[in-house]
Design a protein. Structure first.
Length: 271
């Protein structure tokens, strides 16, 4: 009940409304969500909802579940041996011009052993002030999207950005800015070892996959960052401007959940 009220207040209750055993409409080719099940338990963890099966909404994205593309992971940056090193280095970084006008660098937030990693574009004005990604209206929408999946910020989820400093006037980061910041994102991925990465928007997808991406064409495909599956969807800020595409984003998230469910569990590291 609390979840339904929260989603309804955000204006997306009809899109992310959940019912434990209901099925979606057969008209899923439009990308709309009918009442969807919250099923799919992760075989190694209990962060995903239980009590149902993955539903037909997860087949409403274009393309197939075949691996569509892969990027070779470059050598990890030196000197970033743990999370303390990453945080300290990012906060003092001056590798590109974005550092000159930031209030603070935004490293990321969440579970450092997460199954889910969501990667956005870069901090906005509020994120720059608070030092946390996705805290404005787009962040509220992202939190609602996570709630629809039965997960939450900080609980099995880590959220980061392709660049750690706010671009002027919230413009799209330049390729050289993304490249300068990429070693930090790469090291975060190596430390988290997520079982699925969700790229939120075109800049994030291109930062991760090192190729030109069109969201419409990339939806429904499994890309890879090294051995980790990557699913591409719309950025929440885009969805605020284009609410008709929220149903497509939900289908993408269901596809990501299905991808995670089929990925191998994490192997515990021995000390």
């Amino acid at each position: 009940m609390v979840r339904s009220v929260t989603l309804h207040r955000l204006g997306i209750g009809a899109v992310w409304r959940l019912a434990a055993k209901s099925l979606v409409s057969r008209h899923s080719d439009r990308g709309d969500l009918s009442d969807a099940s919250v099923g799919a338990r992760d075989s190694s963890k209990s962060r995903l909802p239980t009590g149902g099966e993955l539903n037909e909404a997860e087949a409403s994205v274009p393309g197939s579940s075949q691996v569509y593309g892969a990027v070779e992971v470059v050598q990890q940056p030196t000197g970033l041996t743990n999370w303390c090193d990453v945080v300290a280095t990012v906060r003092s970084c001056e590798r590109c011009g974005l550092a000159r006008q930031r209030t603070q660098a935004v490293v990321g937030v969440g579970d450092e052993n997460a199954d889910w990693l969501f990667v956005g574009e870069g901090p906005g004005a509020e994120e720059d002030l608070r030092g946390e990604p996705f805290v404005g209206q787009a962040g509220k929408l992202l939190d609602a999207m996570l709630a629809g999946l039965g997960i939450a910020r900080g609980h099995g989820v880590y959220i980061a950005n392709a660049v750690k400093c706010r671009p002027p006037n919230n413009r799209t980061p330049e390729p050289d800015e993304i490249e300068a910041c990429f070693p930090y994102l790469q090291r975060q991925i190596e430390l988290i070892r997520p079982r699925v990465i969700v790229a939120l928007g075109r800049p994030a997808a291109q930062a991760l996959l090192k190729q030109e991406i069109r969201i419409g064409a990339a939806r429904g495909q499994v890309f890879r960052f090294g051995e980790i599956p990557v699913v591409v969807t719309y950025h929440p800020a885009y969805l605020l401007r284009n609410p008709a595409d929220k149903g497509k984003a939900w289908a993408d998230l269901c596809f990501a959940r299905k991808t995670l469910a089929s990925s191998p569990p994490k192997v515990k590291e021995t000390v």
